[in-house]
Design a protein around this ligand. Structure first.
Ligand code: WWL
Ligand code: ZN
Length: 262
């Protein structure tokens, strides 16, 4: 059943968040993100390998609010939490994960599928430590980063246990974790789309191999509401709720989205 997301008028009320009002297109950019993934235009590539994910939960450091989103950072000083395979030539080290979400469930994801928004999207950010000595250098190179994108879907009957650990930490935000295994946030279904893109926040560098999981994870309304309680602003400033922290869709230009599934 084609789930229609968002009545037309609610989509017309799509926010243009001040964060993005400035012309944040990269002059001469040819591989910007996010994009709409038109399912029927994606090309099945039988040579794509399964993505192999091996995370060590003890590499988890802390959760914090960086003014764009909240992120959980990992110790990336060794090859302890890595991904390999999929469209990737090398193995990539997990650096951090974060989310993008909307003020209401009609929108919030950065990527769309057949022009449909999800209420939120998780990004797990990895860098190519095989080829580049530092993360900062990898950020500037075409094969420097690999980001796994996972859509979040609201289902009031499905409370996501793993996500709740993060939600419980949000009020404190500056929160130390003992262990957290982010693979619990990734759907077991192996199907994904992949394309060459960019960071979706400054510096917007065209250094990301995007791996977008086809299946969303399901979370309950209260868990998403907890995201919307966060603030863009710091103490003493006039409070601005942290919502709609997603970049507008970018032109596909001369790119093909490949799928790992038929
Ligand atoms: N939304 S996204 O996944 O595309 C993304 C934006 C920024 C990053 S970063 O943390 O790698 C980073 C990179 C350079 C400077 C600061 C942070 S990842
Ligand atoms: Zn992101």
């Amino acid at each position: 059943i084609l789930q229609v997301w968002g009545s037309p008028d609610s989509l017309h009320r799509l926010p243009v968040h001040p964060l993005w009002q400035s012309p944040l297109t990269i002059p001469g950019g040819t591989r910007q993100s996010p994009i709409n993934i038109q399912w029927r235009d994606s090309v099945y590539d039988p040579f794509l390998k399964p993505l192999k994910i091996s995370y060590d939960p003890t590499t988890c450091l802390h959760i914090w609010n960086n003014g764009y989103s909240f992120l959980v950072e990992f110790d990336d000083s060794a090859d302890r939490s890595i991904i390999v395979g999929g469209p990737l030539e090398n193995q990539y080290r997990l650096k951090q994960f974060h989310f993008h979400w909307g003020a209401i469930n009609e929108w919030g994801s950065e990527h769309t599928v057949d022009s449909k928004f999800y209420p939120a999207e998780l990004h797990l950010v990895h860098w190519n430590a095989v080829v580049y000595p530092t993360f900062e250098e990898a950020v500037m190179e075409g094969n420097g980063l690999a980001v796994i994108g996972v859509f979040l879907k609201v289902n009031s009957l499905s409370h996501h246990e793993g996500l709740q650990t993060l939600v419980d930490a949000l009020p404190a935000v500056k929160h130390k974790f003992d262990v957290f295994d982010p693979s619990c946030l990734i759907p077991s279904c192996p199907d994904y789309w992949t394309y060459a893109g960019s960071l979706t926040t400054p510096p917007l560098t065209e250094s990301v191999t995007w791996i977008i999981k086809k299946k969303p994870i399901e979370v309950d309304e209260n868990q998403l509401e907890a995201f919307r309680m966060l603030l863009f602003t710091s103490d003493g400033e006039e409070e601005k709720r942290m919502v709609d922290n997603f970049r507008p869709l970018q032109p596909l230009m001369n790119r093909t989205v490949r799928s790992s599934f038929q």
